[in-house]
Design a protein around this ligand. Structure first.
Ligand SMILES: Cc1cc2nc3c(=O)[nH]c(=O)nc-3n(C[C@H](O)[C@H](O)[C@H](O)COP(=O)(O)OP(=O)(O)OC[C@H]3O[C@@H](n4cnc5c(N)ncnc54)[C@H](O)[C@@H]3O)c2cc1C
Length: 460
C-alpha cells in the first residue's frame, strides 16, 4: 500500500494533480464495464498527451503497479477492469481527431476518439470509416483496436484490423514504438501492429492510430425478410451470399428478440402471420448497382418461395428499421434483467445443428434464450436471461461450458468480436493450439516481462 501511495504522489508530481484521482467516487465509477463484474483500481489517471502516458507507464514500472487502459468501458468481456488494482488510464481526454488526410484517405486520431465521431468527421470529406460495433456512439478507437471490433458491416467491409495503417504505442517500460505509416501495403518485418490489434490492452498502450478511410457509398437499400419457420433463414442467406451479391450487412433476430421488441408490432409486414425470425439485408454502392442487387435478391427470395418481404431505398425508412435492430439488446431487459451474453462464430454450414443444440439445452434446463447477431459472418450473440444476478451467477459455468463445447465441436470460435477478457479466460486454451498458446505466452513476456499490463486477461 505504501508503494501505491508513493506512486500516486509521483504521478501527481509528474503529470499534475488535475489528472490523478484516487477518491472512492472515481474508483467506483471506473470499476465496471458491460459485464456485471466490478473491480476497483487504486488510482484513475486522465492523460492529455502521449508524454503523460509515457510517464504513467514509467512510474507504474518503477513501482511494479499493474496498469489497465480504458476507453468507454463498453467491453462485454471485462477487458478494462482492474483485476489487481493499480493504475487505470482513462483515455477520455485524449480524444482529438488530429487530421483527415483526403489525398491518402486516412485519419490520424487519439485513442479516446468515439467511433461515431470519427465517422461524422469523415463524412464531411465524403469519406467513410466502416468498422461500426453497435456500441459505436460511445465506444472509442483505442477500445475498438484492442478488441479488434467488428460490427454490422463486417460482412462486406471487414473489421478494425483491416483499417489500421499506423500506430504509436507505449510499452510497459515507457518506451515509445512507432508502427506502420500511411500506406496500405508494407511487408517490412513482423506485423506488430496487427499483433497488438486484438490483444486486449495486454501488450502495449495505444496513443495514436492512423486509420484507412474509404469513399462514402452513395446509396443504401434494405431488404427486410420475415420467416415463419425457425431455421429457414440460414439457407436463404447462404443463397444470397453465393449469388455474387455482397450485402454490407446481414443481421438476424430470433423469436424471443422479436417478441421482446415493441417496435416490431408497429410494422404491418411483421403482423401477417406468426414470425420465428427476421433477417435484414443491407446493400450499398451507387444507385444503379444497388437497384440491380435488390432485383437479384428478390429473384432469390422468389425462388425460395418467400413472398412477404419488403425492400426500401428510403433513407429514413431504412433508419427506422435499423432502430428495431438497435433496440434488441435493451429490449431483452424486459425478458431478464441479467444475462449471460455470449458471442460466438460458427461456420454457416454448422449453424443449424449448433443452434438446435443450444436451444434444446436451454429448453431442458428451463432457461430463457435469445439469439441475434451478424448472420452474414456467422457471428451470433447468444443470450441466456435471468431475473437476478445470483441466478445468473449460479448457472454461469454450466452455460459457458456447454456453449464452448458445442461451438468448438462445430469448428467455431468462442469469441467472434467481444474478446476473452476475464469472462472467457477459462475457455481460451480449449480453442487454441498448444504451440500457439506457448508462443502467445512468450510474446507477452517479451512485451511485458513483469506481467503488469492488464493482468488476468485472455489466459487463466
Ligand atoms: C450494446 C453493446 C453493443 C456492442 N456491439 C458490439 C459489436 O457490434 N461489435 C463489437 O466488436 N463489439 C461490440 N460491443 C463490445 C464493445 O463495445 C467493443 O469491444 C468496443 O470496441 C470497446 O470499446 P471501448 O472504448 O468501450 O473499450 P473498453 O471497454 O474501455 O476497453 C476494451 C479493451 O480495450 C483496451 N483499451 C482501451 N483503450 C486502450 C488503449 N488506448 N490502449 C490499449 N488498450 C486499450 C482495454 O484495456 C480493454 O481490454 C458492444 C458492447 C455493447 C455494450
Amino acid at each position: 500500500m505504501m508503494e501505491t501511495k508513493k506512486a500516486i504522489d509521483r504521478l501527481i508530481d509528474i503529470i499534475g494533480r488535475d489528472k490523478v484521482f484516487s477518491d472512492e467516487g472515481y474508483l467506483s465509477a471506473y470499476s465496471y464495464d458491460s459485464t456485471n463484474i466490478f473491480l476497483k483500481p487504486d488510482v484513475v489517471v486522465f492523460p492529455t498527451c502521449e508524454g503523460d502516458v509515457i510517464n504513467i507507464l514509467k512510474t507504474a514500472s518503477e513501482f511494479s503497479l499493474p496498469v489497465v487502459a480504458r476507453g468507454a468501458g463498453t467491453s462485454r468481456s471485462g477487458g478494462p477492469l482492474a483485476t489487481r488494482g493499480g493504475i487505470l488510464i482513462s483515455f477520455t481526454k485524449m480524444n482529438r481527431i488530429k487530421e483527415i488526410d483526403r489525398v491518402n484517405m486516412c485519419a490520424v486520431v487519439e485513442p479516446g476518439v468515439v467511433t461515431s465521431d470519427l465517422n461524422e468527421e469523415a463524412k464531411r470529406f465524403g469519406l467513410y470509416y466502416p468498422p461500426d460495433p453497435s456500441s459505436f456512439r460511445v465506444s472509442t478507437i483505442g477500445g475498438n483496436i484492442s478488441h479488434n471490433a467488428g460490427g454490422i458491416h463486417a460482412v462486406k467491409y471487414g473489421v478494425t484490423k483491416n483499417y489500421l495503417l499506423g500506430m504509436r504505442v507505449v510499452l510497459m517500460d515507457g518506451s515509445l514504438v512507432l508502427l506502420g505509416g500511411r500506406v496500405m501495403k508494407s511487408v517490412v518485418g513482423y506485423d506488430l501492429m496487427r499483433l497488438i490489434c486484438g490483444s486486449e490492452g495486454t501488450l502495449a498502450v495505444i496513443t495514436e492510430a492512423t486509420l484507412r478511410l474509404i469513399p462514402r457509398p452513395e446509396c443504401k437499400a434494405l431488404v427486410v425478410i420475415p420467416f415463419e419457420r425457425e431455421y429457414e433463414w440460414i439457407e436463404t442467406i447462404q443463397h444470397i451470399l453465393q449469388s455474387g451479391v455482397l450485402p454490407c450487412s446481414i443481421e438476424y433476430m430470433d423469436s424471443m428478440c422479436i417478441s421482446a421488441n415493441k417496435r416490431v408490432s408497429e410494422y404491418a409486414i411483421f403482423n401477417k402471420q406468426k414470425i420465428e425470425s427476421i433477417v435484414f439485408v443491407e446493400l450499398d454502392g451507387n444507385r444503379k448497382s444497388v437497384e440491380f442487387e435488390i432485383e437479384k435478391i428478390k429473384g432469390i427470395l422468389n425462388l425460395n418461395n418467400r413472398k412477404d418481404y419488403l425492400s426500401s431505398l428510403d433513407t429514413s425508412e431504412i433508419e427506422r428499421f435499423w432502430d428495431i435492430r438497435r433496440d434488441i439488446s435493451p429490449s431483452l431487459n424486459s425478458v431478464g434483467r441479467y444475462r449471460i451474453a455470449d458471442d460466438v462464430s460458427i461456420p454457416l454450414s454448422n449453424l443449424k445443428p449448433a443452434m438446435i443444440e443450444l436451444k434444446d439445452f436451454a429448453k431442458e434446463n428451463g432457461y430463457r434464450i435469445a439469439v441475434f447477431g451478424h448472420a452474414g459472418d456467422s457471428n451470433l450473440h447468444i443470450n441466456y436471461l435471468f431475473d437476478s444476478q445470483s441466478d445468473m451467477e449460479q448457472h454461469f459455468e454450466k452455460i459457458m461450458d456447454r456453449i464452448s463445447e458445442v461451438v468448438l465441436r462445430y469448428n467455431g470460435s468462442i469469441s467472434g468480436e467481444h474478446g476473452i477478457g476475464i469472462l472467457k479466460r477459462n475457455y481460451s486454451e480449449k480453442e487454441l493450439d498448444a504451440n500457439a498458446i506457448r508462443l502467445m505466452k512468450e510474446i507477452k513476456k517479451i512485451f511485458d516481462p513483469k506481467g503488469l499490463l492488464n493482468p488476468g486477461k485472455i489466459f487463466k
